[in-house]
Every structure is written in structure tokens, then in C-alpha cells.
Write a protein that binds this ligand. Sequence first.
Ligand code: ADP
Length: 463
Amino acid sequence: MKIAFVASEVYPFIKTGGLADVAFALPKALKKIGHDVRVFLPKYKQIKSNHLKHIKWVTDLELDGKWFTVESVELDGVTYYFINEPALFYRDSIYENDDRDYQFAFFSEAVLRLLGKIDFQADVVHCNDWQTGVIPFMLLQRYGQYDFYRNMKTVYTIHNLRFQGEFSSHNLRHLGFDYQDEEVNFMKLGITHATYVNTVSPTYAQEILTDFYGERLNHLLRSRQDSLCGILNGIDETFFNPQTDSSLIATYSCDHLKHKEINKLALQRRYGLEINENIPMIGLVTRLDAQKGLDLISDVLREMLEEDKVQFFILGSGEQKFEAYFQQLRDEFPSKLGVHFGCDEKLAHLIYAASDLFLMPSLYEPCGLSQLIALRYGSVPIVRETGGLNDTVKSYNEYTREGNGFTFANYNAHDMMYTIRRSLYFYKNQPENFKHLIQNGMKGDYSWNQSAIAYENLYKKLI
Ligand code: ADP
């Protein structure tokens, strides 16, 4: 099959969250099972030049009176096409521009135009999140009337329902589309017009049909329930591999866990925490956003730092209020809390390896990759039972010794603290069971293999 995969961020070129990881790993996995997958993204100013060393000019294109170029890079057999319109993408911010509706409508249409220009007659155009939600609409209203595009099917993947892209429809009309309402919601267009809609975990696919999680689109989603499913994300198991990861101080495996501790000691030393391999360390690698359950953490972190024999390490970027709060606590408890604000891929890997437990008490979580990475690195996840967390983390049962983490149901700080303390109890008092729990997690299959096959089956069904 021919698949055009369109995303606003793709690792390793540009990443602000999990979408970038998916846009890297899924096409690669689909390629591995024999499909011709091409990935399309904007050429942002922020893409580091070392990723563009072998970039090649592909073609020139015109849209809305603007001429621009398209370039490509090959990586592991996948071709990445960059829409290179500097006036729109050579900006200091990726998503925070006032004309972002125009930026991404332009990008979306440019991709459709490019398909024709490079003669890539995709069976499926796979769109992701609000930035590319207009594609199914554009395909139906304009491009679908041409033979070349007529049979193209669209899959629209919701990675996060919260960010919908709501704008005045002026720019869509400016691009010549027939759109009556004054306002437009890009995600709504995707959900309404795509051949099939999916989200990134079975639990989230159910949750978004409810008022609580539905972000005001639950009724629309219900109307598409026959064409809606959840497919779990995976992680790239070559990139996230504690046996070979060059970001670690010491590599290790499920059967040789001893070296895992060297990472903890290194992190403690580097950030001035108490150096002691027997203190349990709880890691967090996260966007600093209320979605991630940071209110719960803020509610009880001080109490735990005062009372519990535990260390926390927080790597995060995002809202200033959380940064300020965690920094203040770090200054009060420097031997027990380490912080680093910003995005740092290498440090993230080290934290997954260094920590014994990984905390992710999300308010909602479409899939979540961090808990999968944590499992792979033997950092036992403590999560709230929502979305993909609910599908991937099973609470430890001390009688059957089944499970791979600790979970709690209600969005409640004390339920979370109780669960953290339960995990600390096992760490301290039942080291053999705790080791078994780590190994349960490390042995799980979090690769893209299963998910790629699920997407392949979905594409087949559509065409
Ligand atoms: P989301 O996409 O909602 O941010 P996910 O759990 O799906 O959450 O994916 C987050 C990804 O981003 C993981 O790979 C995680 O390790 C990474 N990540 C999050 N915050 C940071 C950070 N500050 N520095 C480096 N990597 C980060």
C-alpha cells in the first residue's frame, strides 16, 4: 500500500510531544512490513542542520500565489518531505503564531498538491491532530474531483482531543474553500470528513464519547462511532533500549539489573541529591501541563518530601507556575528533589534508567509514551487508570505476582499518595517481589509491531 503520513512534528527533526515519536516510529514500522510510506512535515527554523545534511531539492510548488520549494531526506528507507515555505515556517515559534490557521491550512493543502506533483497516488492519507484536520475536508471538497485523488482514503488520528484548532474561517475561505460558518474547528473537520477516525488507545477511544473527556466533540464522535477505534501506540525499541542506549552512564538488561543503579548514583551526584543507591527514586519526564496530573503532585509533594524516604527527579517543560513551584521545593529539599526545566532527550533517557518508579497521574492520557519507556527501562510506573495508561499498566497483584506497575482510579491527590506509598513499601520491604515487578515490565512488548499491523488492517479495510 501507498501511505502518505502527514504530521506537524516528526522526530528526530522536530518534537514537542508524543506525536513526533509516533510520526517517526509508525511509518518506519509500516515500511518494515512492506508498505511505501512517505512522511510530510513543514520545514521549521528549529530543525537542526545536522538532520538536514543530506537534504535534496524535490520540486517547486505554488499555492495561494506563493512559490516555495519541497525538499526531502531519506532515513531508514522512509522519505520525509519538507514543505519549505520560509515566510510561514521560519518562525521563532512552532505552534504559537497568530496565523497558525493559515500556516497549517497552507501546509495541508501544499501536501495534497505535492502528492500530485510527485505522482504519489496514496491509498491512504493519514492525518494527525488539528494541524492536518483540514486535509479530509480539502480532499472531499476540492481534490477529490480529480481522478488522481478520487480514491484516496483518509485516516484521522486524534493524539489529543483538547487541542482542536479553533479559528475564524477567514483563511479557509481565502484559500478558496466553500465554508459558510464564521468559525472553523480543524479537528472537527477531520472527525467529520475522514474516512475513518482513530485515537491512540482503546480506553481513550471510549472515554472521548463522554462529556468529561469529550471536549465538546463527544456528540460528533458518537455520530462516527462506527468508524472510530483505538489503536495503542508503541515505542521504537531500538531507540529506547537500556542495553545499548548511549545516553546512559551504564547499560543494563532485564537479567542484569545491577548496572541500573549506576545511573541512579550518577544522577544523584550530578544534581546534588543524597548519594545512596537504597533510596527509591521516582522520576517524572513530562510536559508541565495540568493534563499530566501536576496538581495532584503539587498537592502532596511537600508532605512526601518531609515525611518519606524517597527522592524525586522532575524533567519538564511548559507552564511557568509549575516550574516555579517545583524549583521552590527543590531549594528547600535539595537532597531529595532534583529538577531540570526544558527539553533534554539525553537526560530523559538517563532519568528513565536512574529511577526506580515513574509517576504519571494524568487527568487524561490519550496513550502516553512515557510509561512505556519507563517500563522498558525498568522504572515501575505509578499511573492513574485513564486512557492508554489504563491499557498498558496493570496493577501489581502481590498474591499472583502479576502486573507491571501501580495504579489508582480517582483523580485525587491522597489516592495517588497512598499508591505511591504502597509502591515504596514493596521497594523497601519486598525487594525480590519488586525486582520481579521490574522484570515483568521490562519483558513486555511495547514495540510498534502489533500497532503497525493494526493500522495495516485498518487501511486494508478502508481500501
Ligand atoms: P505527550 O505527548 O502528552 O507530551 P507522551 O507520554 O505521549 O506525552 O510523550 C511524551 C514524550 O516526550 C516522551 O518520549 C517523553 O520522554 C518526552 N518528553 C516529555 N517531556 C520531556 C522533556 N522535558 N525533555 C525530554 N523529553 C520529554
